[in-house]
Design a protein around this ligand. Structure first.
Ligand code: ATP
Ligand code: MG
Length: 580
């Protein structure tokens, strides 16, 4: 339905000054344009214009979910503790889970996500494989008591999420729906006008999880990604990588112990020994459940990736300060030569072939140089251990990885039987045997997506909304508040609405400069400007906010012209990813 609003009656209290607390453009501009207001740290009210954009995002998300056969429902925000105790997350979730008691003293939490609720709902109703697969979704508020709520809607405590959950009787069925979700998520990003990349969040290691994150590219993003022209892309946390090393010392020599007083860091060590940081090897220690130590050796100029450490040595936990004392090992001088008995040495694959390592000597203030694997110490396992970074080799094609920063706007996840086993959610298979459901979960950050879109589309004057989610599509700015200019403006505004466009008339008695500034700040995709001078010549001006392009258009053609621009802008954001 066409929408025609008057600027004078829209509740959008704009701010003249930049709010001090806002570091990022999206946060600053949404506040300044009167689209959101902070109620408490990480808790926001959505004002009418901001809410219009949110509703449009929700509509897009709903269309895409409905198209792949997911059904909408609504789950409670307040959730009984018992369900979380069953899954084990009452204890595991930590302080992000906001807990409360009712008047009878019963414990509840505010849902940060809804696996427990949906599993309990489905386990008592779905009995047979014939009722599967089943996919359900909701659009709802989430609450996570984030340690550092910041950047406005990007990391709130209360935020809007679309979350979907699916239930299957076979891995093939789960995979099929996961793939359909992936395509739907790509289409959502495309329709929101986001420049994005789907990235591997944890690569398909055995026992690893199958999950993909959708990253809106933005310098302000908290996530670091690496990607390759071949299409490979991954979160730095999880990226497999081929580290190309150029050791300058390759001739085997004797292993020599060197006194290195007060040397604690790799930089200090390299400069003390007068070798390159990448010719040193640093060793980090972890412990297994049975108490055995694991030493992880990585090139001195690289960081150990704790996720990969876990892949190499399942269950390993990196040592904390107290552990070093308990084990009686020197934190600053660890090395693979003669570690405590039973210690497993795992070394980064890029070190394989290097025959002269500069390493800690397991003795305070001492290091070895010229240490050689297999001659001086044993490596139990060579593995990919380091945090990937731009410049590394692509694990898929061998090309060179590039880097980018991203905002995680959504994520899809194959849960397997994690919740169905812990919560006893089973169905009867063809033979009548009880089996745990295979599950998937899929989340879109609705409010975060709105902020991410603005993060990608703004300039010094304000926001430049993608037309698909703009609060309204067209603003009509008559530069006089009465007389012929205003009358023509009002007429064009009505005609635009009759043509099916969402239109706002700036009917305020304000100077032209104020109207222009507000229009650019709010970021209406198209502005129709009507002034005395143009009118005398029978023309008005149409401005495209995104490109800044202004064209003079004959009055009689104005409505058709603007309708065409809006249609073209929408077509440009039509999804390129096809449903199956
Ligand atoms: P992050 O790593 O950024 O904390 P997450 O991986 O914990 O997010 P998920 O559990 O995957 O988040 O939730 C699904 C989606 O919900 C995320 O992709 C994100 O878009 C959104 N989201 C998560 N936390 C927040 C938050 N604090 N504020 C706004 N949106 C959020
Ligand atoms: Mg996530």
């Amino acid at each position: 339905m066409a929408v025609a609003l008057r600027m004078s009656s829209i509740y959008a209290p704009t701010l003249k000054e930049d709010p001090a607390e806002a570091e990022l453009a999206s946060h600053r501009l949404l506040l300044r344009a009167g689209m959101i207001r902070k109620t408490a740290a990480g808790i926001y009210s959505f004002l009418p214009l901001g809410w219009r954009a949110i509703v449009k995002i929700q509509d897009i998300v709903r269309e895409e979910m409905d198209a792949i056969g997911s059904q909408e429902l609504l789950l409670p925000i307040v959730q009984p503790a018992e369900l979380w105790q069953e899954s084990g997350r009452w204890a595991d979730y930590g302080p992000e889970l906001a807990r409360l008691k009712d008047r009878a003293g019963r414990e509840f939490c505010l849902g940060p996500t809804h696996e427990e609720i949906i599993t309990s709902l489905v386990r008592s109703e779905v009995r047979s494989y014939r009722q599967l697969p089943l996919s359900l979704y909701q659009v709802n508020m989430k609450f996570r008591d984030e340690m550092r709520p910041r950047f406005g809607l990007l990391r709130g405590r209360e935020f809007i999420m679309k979350d979907a959950y699916s239930f299957h009787s076979s891995q093939e069925s789960l995979q099929e729906h996961y793939d359909a979700m992936g395509r739907a998520y790509a289409r959502i990003c495309e329709r929101l006008g986001l420049e994005y990349r789907p990235v591997e969040a944890e690569s398909g290691q055995i026992g690893g999880k199958v999950t993909t994150e959708y990253m809106a590219l933005a310098d302000a993003g908290e996530a670091a990604l690496v990607y390759c022209e071949c299409g490979y892309a991954a979160n730095e946390d999880a990226a497999s990588t081929v580290v190309v090393r150029h050791p300058s010392v390759t001739e085997p020599g004797a292993m020599t112990k060197v006194h290195t007083p007060d040397i604690r860091t790799i930089a200090e060590l390299a400069s003390f020994l007068d070798i390159h940081e990448h010719d040193t090897v640093k060793t980090m220690a972890g412990k297994l459940e049975d108490g055995r130590l694991v030493y992880f050796c990585v090139p001195g100029d690289r960081e150990l990736n704790p996720i990969k450490a876990g892949w190499a040595a399942p269950g390993v936990v990196l040592l904390d300060e107290a552990d070093f004392a308990t084990y009686g090992i020197p934190k600053g001088s660890l090395g693979p030569v003669a570690p405590p008995s039973g210690t497993l040495v795992v070394a980064d694959a890029s070190l394989q072939g290097d025959v002269s390592w500069g390493i800690g000597a397991n003795e305070d203030d001492h290091h070895f140089i010229g240490a050689q694997p297999e001659r001086d110490f044993t490596v139990a396992q060579w593995a990919d251990l380091v945090v990937a970074r731009p410049g590394d080799g692509c694990p898929t094609c061998g090309g060179v990885l590039a880097g980018a920063r991203g905002i995680e706007v959504s994520q899809i996840f194959q849960l397997g039987t994690k919740y169905s086993v812990s919560m006893g959610a089973t169905y009867a298979d063809e033979n009548g045997d009880e089996q745990p459901f295979l599950m998937g979960c899929y989340g879109v950050g609705v409010s975060r997506s709105m902020a991410a879109a603005i993060e990608q589309r703004n300039d010094e004057s304000g926001m430049a909304w993608p037309v698909t989610i703009a609060p309204l599509e067209v603003a009509v700015l008559p530069l006089n508040a009465d007389g012929e200019v205003f009358e023509v403006g009002e007429r064009i505004w009505r005609e635009l609405a009759d043509a099916g466009l969402e239109t706002v008339l700036d009917d305020r008695d304000e100077r032209a400069g104020v109207k222009f500034a507000d229009a650019d700040l709010i970021g209406w995709p198209f502005q129709v400007v009507i002034g005395k001078k143009g009118l005398a010549e029978g023309v008005l001006e149409v401005k495209d906010r995104a490109t800044g392009l202004r064209v003079s258009v004959p009055l009689a053609d104005a409505v058709a012209h603007v309708a065409r621009l809006v249609a073209e802008a929408k077509a440009a954001l039509a999804p390129v990813t096809l449903h199956p």
